[in-house]
Design a binder for this molecule. Structure first.
Ligand code: AMP
Length: 312
C-alpha cells in the first residue's frame, strides 16, 4: 500500500492584502505531501527541483514518512518559480510570473518501488508529465486523482483532455471548472467534466466550501468560516492532499468515505491559509486537527425534521 504524489516543488513570491514575501517554499506537491502526511504515512513524492532547493525541506518531509527518492535534483538549474497577487476578497488571484525552469523538460523516471502504488495523486503539473507517470505504473492504481489550473488549460489543453480520460477523479476550483466547460452553472459544468473522463468531480469554491459529484449524487461541504485568511496559496493542494490521504488511510473510496475525505481535505486547507506558505502545515498538532474536525462536525450537524403541512 502506498500513495504516490506527483507535482511541483517550488519557490513562490506572494502578495496578499496582509503582506508580501519574495521567495518562500511552495509547489503543489509540497503542500499536498504536508497535508496527506497527517493522515497517511507511506507517501512517495515525484517532482523536480534545481540546485537552489533546500535539502532541509526534503528532510522535513522525509521525517514525516514522505520518500523523496523520486524527486530529481538538477544541480545546475533553477527550481520552478511562481508569483501571484491576491485580490482584496482573497478568492481570486492573478498569476504574475510562471518560470518553468527545471519543469520545462521534466521527464520523470519512476523508481521501481513507486511503480505499484495503490493510490496516485497527480497534483497540479504539466498534463504530459501527469500522463507519463500513469503510463509508468506496472499495475493501475486503485484510484487516480488529478488537479490542474488555468495555466495548463491555456497552453496544453489537448494534453489535459487526454490526461482527464485516464483518471478517476478531478479536483478543480469553480473558476477553472467554468473555464474548462464554458458553463456558469457548476452542476452543468461537473456533468460536462464527467463526460470528459473522470467519474468523480470535486469543485472547490474557496471560502464557500466544496462540492463532490458522482453519478446522480452530490455532497456539499462548507469551508470553515475563518476570521482572517492570511494567504490562500496552497489551499487547493492541501485540500487535495488531505482528501487522498484520508482515502489511502481508509483504503476505501466509496461515496461515503469520499464525503468524509472532503471534510478531511477542508480541514487541511483551513490550516494552510492561516500563515504564509506551508509554514502553518509544519506546526499543526494532532490536537489541532482533532479540534478542527470537531468544528466541522458542529458546522454540518443539524436535526433532521420530518415536515408535514398539517404540523405547521
Ligand atoms: P494552489 O494555491 O493550491 O492553487 O497552489 C499554489 C501552488 O501551486 C504554489 O505553491 C505554486 O508554486 C504552484 N503552482 C503555481 N502555478 C503552477 C503550475 N502552472 N503548475 C504547477 N504548480 C503551480
Amino acid at each position: 500500500m502506498s500513495l504516490v504524489i506527483v507535482g511541483t516543488m517550488a519557490f513562490d513570491a506572494l502578495e496578499t492584502p496582509f503582506g508580501k514575501v519574495d521567495r518562500i517554499i511552495g509547489g503543489s506537491a509540497t503542500y499536498a505531501a504536508w497535508a496527506a502526511s497527517n493522515y497517511y504515512h507511506n507517501i512517495k513524492q515525484v517532482s523536480v527541483v534545481g540546485g537552489d532547493f533546500p535539502q532541509e525541506e526534503m528532510d522535513l518531509l522525509a521525517d514525516r514518512g514522505v520518500s523523496c527518492e523520486g524527486v530529481e535534483i538538477k544541480k545546475d538549474e533553477k527550481s520552478f518559480f511562481w508569483s501571484g497577487r491576491y485580490h482584496e476578497d482573497m478568492n481570486t488571484r492573478d498569476t504574475l510570473v510562471t518560470d518553468l525552469n527545471v519543469l520545462a523538460d521534466f521527464n520523470p523516471v519512476l523508481p521501481e518501488s513507486y511503480q505499484d502504488c495503490t493510490y496516485l495523486m497527480l497534483a497540479n503539473l504539466a498534463p504530459a508529465v501527469q500522463q507519463s507517470v500513469i503510463n509508468q505504473m506496472k499495475t493501475r492504481p486503485k484510484l487516480i486523482i488529478m488537479d490542474t489550473m488555468n495555466f495548463w488549460m491555456e497552453i496544453a489543453m489537448d494534453d489535459l483532455k487526454e490526461t482527464m480520460k485516464m483518471v478517476d477523479l478531478i479536483v478543480l476550483n469553480d473558476g477553472e471548472a467554468r473555464q474548462l466547460t464554458g458553463q456558469y452553472s457548476l452542476v452543468k459544468a461537473a456533468q460536462q467534466i464527467r463526460e470528459m473522463g473522470p467519474k468523480y468531480v470535486v469543485i472547490k469554491k474557496g471560502e464557500h466550501g466544496a462540492l463532490l459529484f458522482h453519478e446522480d449524487k452530490v455532497f456539499s461541504a462548507p469551508a470553515l468560516p475563518l476570521e482572517e485568511v492570511f494567504d490562500p496559496t496552497g489551499a487547493g493542494d492541501t485540500f487535495a492532499g488531505g482528501f487522498i490521504g484520508h482515502i489511502a488511510k481508509e483504503d476505501d473510496f466509496s461515496f461515503e468515505t469520499m464525503k468524509t475525505a472532503v471534510i478531511m481535505g477542508s480541514a487541511m486547507a483551513s490550516f494552510c491559509v492561516e500563515k504564509f506558505g506551508p509554514e502553518r502545515m509544519k506546526e499543526i498538532t494532532d490536537a489541532d486537527i482533532r479540534q478542527r474536525l470537531e468544528r466541522f462536525s458542529e458546522l454540518t450537524n443539524f436535526n433532521q425534521v420530518i415536515y408535514t403541512k398539517e404540523n405547521a
